[in-house]
Design a protein around this ligand. Sequence first.
Ligand SMILES: Nc1ncnc2c1ncn2[C@@H]1O[C@H](COP(=O)(O)OP(=O)(O)OP(=O)(O)O)[C@@H](O)[C@H]1O
Length: 294
Amino acid sequence: MDRTEAVAPLTRPGPAAPGSADPAAPVITLRGAALAYGDRVLWRDLDLDVRPGEFLAVLGPNGSGKTSLLRVLLGRQPLTAGSLTVLGRTPRRGSRHIGYIPQQKSLPAHTMLRARDLVQLGMEGHRWGLSLAPGTIRHRVDELLASVGATPYADVPVGRLSGGEQQRVRIAQALATDPRILLCDEPLVSLDLQHQRTVTTLVDRRRRSADTAVVFVTHEINPVLGLVDRVLYLARGGFRIGTTDEVMTSSTLSQLYGTHVDVVRVRGRIVVVGAPDAATVHVHAGGANGGGRP
Ligand SMILES: Nc1ncnc2c1ncn2[C@@H]1O[C@H](COP(=O)(O)OP(=O)(O)OP(=O)(O)O)[C@@H](O)[C@H]1O
């Protein structure tokens, strides 16, 4: 259980996006983008603009290339074809303009680093905090911990925190450099509904208060249904992009999966029935499963 649900507002605007004078200009631009490992095409012909403050949910079955897309955006994985600019430039590793919440793995119980140490590392990892006075760093770390409601356990070793508490600390760490883009890799996995709501609220508040673009990889759309601007659905080497209502339909997903899929709405939730969950289909470059907008 989290020790508190109280969160302080996140109101710090991020630094101006380099490479663009237009505050509404896309922060991520992919054109004709493809990623393949050997002859296995994860996705191709991907055109995508993500704008400041946008919440893009990335959905798809296991192995469809969701994490790989984040790795591309982080500059850790080159595209096989096409182009990518992030904040007007080719992405490079370690950019302080990108906050990253990696796929959740529980931190080992013996980890002695405290919550505040992890957040400080988020600043220093980008060499951003090093030029700041120690008092300023401490103040900023306190501010970040407060912003995610983690003040009560700021000095507790993170290995002793619950999954939900650790996730809050990871969010604070990802926000340590006031990023313009926040990449989240399944941050809701293994969290109960209450903690899922806490995490999605924190991420949503960040994008609304600081215009941070959010790329949110998730297996389940329902926890973010009310927040999502657009969905990018990856499957079988193809994709669909659009609003939730455009993408999450029986006809769109049936076309994407190449088999009949039912998408039904029950009590405000979206239920997908019949999608091959482990769609590890090998699609070759000349195959018939290319992506495209619905
Ligand atoms: N460096 C690599 N070299 C070769 N294959 C890779 C590499 N990285 C990932 N893959 C493979 O590419 C596929 C897509 O992996 P990725 O982690 O992007 O999928 P995902 O959609 O995030 O899956 P999951 O939902 O299971 O996390 C997987 O089958 C994975 O084994």
